[in-house]
Design a protein around this ligand. Sequence first.
Ligand code: ADP
Ligand code: ASP
Ligand code: MG
Length: 419
Amino acid sequence: MARLVLKFGGTSVADLDRIRNVAQHVKREVDAGHEVAVVVSAMSGKTNELVAWARDASPMHDAREYDSIVASGEQVTAGLLAICLQAIGVEARSWLGWQIPIKTDNAHGSARIKDIDGTELIKRFAKGQVAVIAGFQGIAEDNRITTLGRGGSDTTAVAIAAAVKADRCDIYTDVDGVYTTDPRIQPKAQRLEKISFEEMLEMASLGAKVLQVRSVEMAMVHGVKTFVRSSFDDPKSIDSSPGATPVGTLICNEEDIVEKEVVTGIAYARDESQISLRRVPDKPGISAAIFGPLAEANVNVDMIVQSVSEDGSRTDMTFTLPDGDLARALEVLDAEREAIGFELIQHDKGLVKVSVIGIGMRSHAGVASTAFAALASKGINIRAITTSEIKFSVLINSEYTELAVRTLHSVYGLDKVSA
Ligand code: ADP
Ligand code: ASP
Ligand code: MG
């Protein structure tokens, strides 16, 4: 017998038929003798609709009310799944964040989980009851409902798994694992049997939305065995016995991966903006003068490129930020124009950051230069580059996204060899 947390995302609970299918997956695990808690997302598209309603009501809405609106999608699916489970003879009840409780800080819209009391859930396991938990939501110190940021049900699932000391956390989604890149834009992408926490963390933060970044952080910190798999596999054809090896991707420690490739995956993130400040005085304190006020205004600056000034007096400073932060950043820089002393400001939006990730980069030189040559051969201009120990990223125009991802996927030997 094992203790399992199963999480089902939006497309897996898109309508009543899909929810009934989820109930069969849950029943399969219960019948195999496992203790089961389930975490559900809202039906696909529901959260977007709720977010749009909140914005329509007022663009400057109260973040606490935003949370109470957008958390409602998960409440519906939790109740429906509990009913569908009961209908096939599985004892189940729904749980909202505050009922467990899942305690968070009060950063409405992107709250962090601080504590989960797993005692009651564990007691119910002993009685054979399945807990169906609404993902994405918690309760703050002031007793108000919070949400965990988009994609947050993954984090709920891993956090619950840590709190009840589950043997495994299964993230069921609409693909059967983590792939070398998004299979929707590269059909030749291959499923990875295993990926290290560190690489998954990079993939997720660089745009692979198959797991929310915080869920990977949490799995890494608490050592939660996390397995990504498909809810579209026929529940009846899956073997849930202890020795069985289901299809999916295990997120695990680096030491547990025998075959290490130099490059593990390619990720991309859309909606990036670029700002260039031209002819900035090249003197100590200039970066602080630019990035200090931006940080204070909560602008999320990412890549930073400073060019060497010819005579040591003036330089250009280019950096990237999410499109959503652009208007605010331009306002801040305009107000600081005199203090910074730049001569010209230029900006572009709707750009794309493509990233190459692999632990093997630590010990291999020249990985990035292969990418630069490959992109050049396709006529793709690189606007900015950043590198770190196990990844590098390039900023490009959005019309080249698919071409860039596919080119890099192929140049690093990641394409599936068709049988
Ligand atoms: P859910 O609703 O189940 O949470 P998401 O839509 O959040 O599902 O995440 C699954 C999607 O992530 C897939 O449909 C896929 O298009 C996308 N994705 C992006 N990068 C990857 C990758 N490297 N491997 C697998 N899926 C990826
Ligand atoms: N329903 C929420 C969202 O769409 C949370 C989730 O699906 O993980 O972001
Ligand atoms: Mg998701």
